[in-house]
Unconditional design. Sequence first.
Length: 110
Amino acid sequence: MATLEECRQAITGLADRMSSSDGKPGLGDRTLSAHVTDLDVTFSGALRDGSLVDVTTDAQDQKAQIRLASSSDDLVAMADGKLDLAKAWLAKRIKIEASMMDLIKLKTMF
C-alpha cells in the first residue's frame, strides 16, 4: 500500500499529464478529486493554468468535474506510467466520473 505522500505526488503527476500532453491541448481549467480507497482519503484540487492548485484532503461540498477512485498502489502505478488508465478503467481497477468530452480527452492523454 502506498503512503499518503506518495499518493499526493501521484495526484500532482497525473494532473501535470492532464494539463497537456505532447503539445496537445489539455483539459483546461477543471476541478479534480481522487478518492484513494484503501487509505479512505480524498484529494481535491483544481487544474488552473497548467498546474494543480489548492490541493487538500479536506471534505469538499462541491462535486469535482473529474472524479477518480482507485487504490493507492494503482494511483501511483498510473502516475508512474506502469498502469494504463484505459486498461485499469476497463478492468474496474479505477473509477472515473467526468463529462463525455473530458473522458475522451483523458483517453488521448494516457
